[in-house]
Design a protein around this ligand. Structure first.
Ligand SMILES: [Fe+2]
Ligand SMILES: [Fe+2]
Length: 247
C-alpha cells in the first residue's frame, strides 16, 4: 500500500484556461494524458493518491465536473487538498463535498485521512509572495508592507485550519503525520514559518507541498530534511507528471 502525491494539475476540460503560458510551455503539453498514463503504470487500487491543490481552472462545481470525473477515473484512493485556484471549493462546504463524493473523492480540510499508521493532514497554507523590491544586483531590499501584513492574517487562518486537522487525527489516536500544504511552507526570505513550527511541534514526518511551478520557482522553499522534518515539492510540472511516492 503506497502513498503518492502530486499537485497543480490545473485541468480545464470545460473551463477557460487562465494561464496562457500553460499552453506554450512544453512541460504542460498534453499533460492530462501523460499524467493519466503515469498513474495507470504506478498507482494500484489500494494505494492513496493525494492531489495537492490547483485541480481545476473551473470557477464553480458545474465548471469542474469533467475535471473531477477525470480525477475520479484515476487509480487509487484520491485525496484532494485546496489550492489557491480551487474556486469550486468553499471551505465551509467541505463536509457537503465529502458527502456528495463519498467513496470517490476525499476533500482534506479540517479533517484527516487515515493511511496505515499515518494520518494525512493538511490545509492550503499561505506564503507572502511579495511584491519584493530588488536592488540593481537583484537582492531584495524591501517589500510591500500592506501585502505582508495582509498575508500574516491569511497565515493565521490557515494555521488554525491545520491545527484542527492535526487535532482531529491526534484525538483518534494517530501519532504519525504526513502534512500537505498547497503553498510552500516558507517564502524565499524565510528559514521557518508558523507551518514549519507546527510540523515540528507535532513531530510530522514529512511536509509535502506544491504551488511552485515553472523552473524559476522550483527551489523557492525548503527541500530535504530540515530540523528533523522532510520537505518535498510535488508540483506536476516539477515531477514531469509522474506522481511522487511518499510512503
Ligand atoms: Fe498552481
Ligand atoms: Fe497554487
Amino acid at each position: 500500500m503506497s502513498l503518492y502525491a502530486i499537485g497543480d494539475l490545473h485541468l480545464h476540460f470545460q473551463s477557460v484556461l487562465k494561464a496562457p503560458g500553460q499552453l506554450r510551455d512544453p512541460a504542460w503539453r498534453n499533460h492530462e494524458e501523460r499524467f493519466r498514463k503515469n498513474c495507470a503504470a504506478l498507482v494500484r487500487p489500494g494505494d492513496t493518491l493525494v492531489l495537492v491543490g490547483d485541480h481545476s481552472w473551473g470557477r464553480s462545481l458545474a465548471e469542474c465536473e469533467k475535471d473531477l470525473e477525470y480525477i475520479m477515473a484515476l487509480p487509487g484512493k484520491k485525496v484532494l487538498l485546496r489550492g489557491n485556484h480551487d474556486m469550486f471549493w468553499d471551505v465551509k462546504k467541505t463536509a457537503a463535498l465529502n458527502r456528495q463524493f463519498e467513496g470517490k473523492l476525499f476533500f482534506l480540510q479540517n479533517n484527516y485521512f487515515g493511511c496505515g499508521d499515518f494520518a494525512l493532514v493538511g490545509t492550503k497554507g499561505y506564503t507572502f509572495e511579495g511584491p519584493f523590491y530588488l536592488d540593481r544586483r537583484g537582492k531584495i531590499k524591501g517589500w510591500d508592507q500592506a501585502e505582508a501584513e495582509h498575508a500574516e492574517k491569511l497565515v493565521e487562518r490557515e494555521v488554525e485550519r491545520l491545527r484542527a486537522s492535526l487535532k482531529a487525527a491526534r484525538q483518534d489516536g494517530y501519532r504519525r503525520f504526513i502534512l500537505f500544504l498547497h503553498y510552500p511552507p516558507t517564502n524565499i526570505l524565510q528559514k521557518r514559518s508558523a507551518f514549519t513550527d507546527l510540523a515540528e511541534a507535532y513531530g510530522v514526518d514529512k511536509v509535502v507541498y506544491a504551488h511552485c511551478h515553472g523552473q524559476a520557482r522550483f527551489h523557492d522553499s525548503l527541500e530535504g530534511t530540515v530540523r528533523g522534518v522532510e520537505y518535498r515539492l510535488v508540483s506536476g510540472d516539477y515531477l514531469l507528471w509522474k506522481p511522487e511516492r511518499i510512503l
